[in-house]
Design a protein around this ligand. Structure first.
Ligand code: C2O
Ligand code: CU
Ligand code: CU
Length: 535
């Protein structure tokens, strides 16, 4: 294993301006006894915040009775404020990290797992060799040192394992956490903070009779993506958030492997959206429901000041249909589509089918408290990317998703390390018009599975230009389309069957490899992932 990794790392050097150490290891750099670092900290880099993160096995109490064996990241602040890290102790969640825009950070990652792994900073604009490409996976006993400046605007970013062929299982085991960035613009808004700024990580898991996480590589589970039998919020089942009678900022992350949520308050209160993947919108938006696909984040404003003590509110996922009538659904299912019950029943993928109606968490109004509860009319300014500034304003780069016979592809190719094709080379400092095509023209559809794909691009955040859906898919599309937030900065966009989504994406500052892939983690591991080479 070690040999292979090192050969891959060495190969990768040809793509990166600042190479990492390759086959040579530097024992002296590891902070923790017993770990061997594969790269060096750079001499001229003095971090404002330095954190050591160790990936380890652990047993945590999730259900009553036996503890659950998980993979847990635990951190320690070496330099900088203690508030930069919350270990989320007692849960499988990785630490919540909090930084400010402009800070220089060093993250020292130790791997004490019985497997290779590497962490990726989802949504962050960092150099290619700091991005956690699977080529940088480290073995048990090794350390990877990340150093970068926080260039992103304030927002709810996150991180997770990105190990070749094992991302789904590793994230499922616990290797994912939040990476929250703040900046002055955001702080000037005086949004609810401290205990009224609540991160909520939504995931689904299945447990066996011994309270252990159940995950199978079963074919249907891979094709559809893993669907757990129960919902966990912040690593807890039946999650209840106690709140005070004042306004809150709720930050949701869909950290599930494949489950898509259609979020709504069960009393019909509209969802007030403050922000998405790449931070705050220009102004709040209200929706009856909001779609949240794997990898996406959503910031919500909720004011409890008019609610009586002791009252409860439930956040639900509402029913929706995601099949395409133009496609074949799951092979033999034809136009009846893939709506949950049938999938669940027939394939026994999950007792909680995708697109069914179920509760996610409860909120209980637990105490009286005075707050400043005025929702700002404007949030933070967003510069709209201009089509005329794109390198290819009339020739969008197409990324077409397809799934057939146990393979998941982008533009007819599955993931391969170190396999850059000519159409995957992008000039640095260019703005690109890109379209995600999920069977929009219906062309090869007859043989393909019609599924939604949450498409994610590494590196800088992008903006959505337009969404188009073909006539055959419009009925099902109507059950989700009111819940898309199309404004603001995004790094993951849900592309429904029969849909084409066009985006503008900047590729500034950094050369090297940056991935693009489906964030249904089973699809990603099955090959629905590629690299762009920025040069
Ligand atoms: Cu969150 Cu390459 O992924
Ligand atoms: Cu990412
Ligand atoms: Cu997918």
């Amino acid at each position: 294993m070690k040999m292979t990794t090192n050969i891959k790392r060495r190969k990768l050097l040809k793509y990166t301006a600042i190479g990492i150490a390759g086959a040579v290891t530097y024992p002296c750099w590891a902070k923790t006894e017993g770990f061997v670092s594969v790269n060096r900290p750079s001499a001229g880099f003095s971090p404002d915040v330095e954190i050591e993160l160790t990936m380890n096995t652990a047993d945590v109490a999730i259900l009553s009775g036996e503890k659950t064996h998980v993979w847990k990241v635990t951190g320690k602040v070496l330099t900088g404020p203690a508030t930069a890290l919350d270990n989320n102790e007692g849960t499988y969640l990785a630490p919540t990290l909090r930084f400010k825009k402009g800070q220089k950070i060093r993250l020292i990652l130790n791997n004490n797992l019985p497997a290779q792994s590497i962490l990726h900073w989802h949504g962050l604009h960092v150099p290619s060799n700091m991005d956690g490409n699977p080529m940088y996976a480290i073995n048990h006993g090794e350390t990877y040192i990340y150093e970068f400046e926080i260039l992103n605007r304030a927002g709810t970013y996150w991180f997770h394992a990105h190990t070749h062929g094992a991302t789904a299982r590793q994230v499922y085991s616990g290797l994912a956490g939040l990476f929250i960035v703040s900046d002055e613009q955001e702080q000037a808004l005086n949004l609810p903070d401290d205990s009224c700024d609540v991160p909520l990580v939504i995931q689904d898991r299945s447990f066996d009779g011994q309270n252990q996480l159940a995950y199978s590589g079963h074919m249907m589970q891979r094709m559809q993506g893993f669907l757990g039998d129960q919902i966990l919020v912040n690593g807890r089942p039946d999650f209840v958030l106690p709140v005070a009678t004042r306004a809150y900022r709720l930050r949701f992350l869909n950290g599930s492997n494949s489950r898509i949520y259609k979020l709504a308050w069960d009393d019909g209160t509209p969802i007030t959206v403050l922000g998405v993947d790449g931070g705050l919108l220009e102004s709040p938006e209200q929706h009856a429901y909001v779609m949240l696909a794997p990898g996406q984040r959503l910031e919500v404003w909720m004011d409890f000041s008019e609610r009586a003590l002791g009252t409860e509110l439930t956040l639900r996922s509402l029913p929706f249909t995601s099949a395409s009538h133009g496609g074949m659904g799951m092979g033999m299912m034809g136009g009846r589509g893939m709506r949950g019950g049938m999938m669940g029943g027939m394939m026994s993928v999950s007792t909680l089918p995708s697109g069914s109606d179920y509760p996610l968490m409860k909120i209980r109004v637990a105490k009286k408290e005075q707050g400043h509860n005025t929702l700002p009319k404007t949030l933070t300014p967003i510069t709209e990317l201009q089509l005329k500034n794109a390198a290819n304003p009339t020739k969008p780069k197409t990324i077409a998703m397809s799934m057939k016979h146990m393979s998941a592809q982008l533009n007819g190719r599955s993931y391969a390390m170190d396999d850059i094709q000519p159409d995957e080379i992008i000039p640095v400092n260019s703005l690109q018009l890109i379209e995600f095509d999920n069977g929009f023209d219906g062309g090869m559809h007859g043989m393909m599975m019609a599924m939604p794909h949450p498409m994610h691009l590494h590196g800088e955040q992008f903006q959505i230009v337009k969404r188009e859906v073909n006539a055959g898919s419009s009925d099902n599309y109507a059950s989700v389309s009111g819940g898309f937030i199309n404004k603001g900065w995004q790094d993951t966009v849900l592309v429904m069957p029969g849909e084409k989504v066009t985006i503008l994406k900047p590729f500034n500052d950094f050369k090297g490899l940056f991935m693009y892939h489906c964030h249904n983690l089973e699809h990603e591991d099955m090959g629905m992932m590629r690299d762009f080479l920025i040069k």
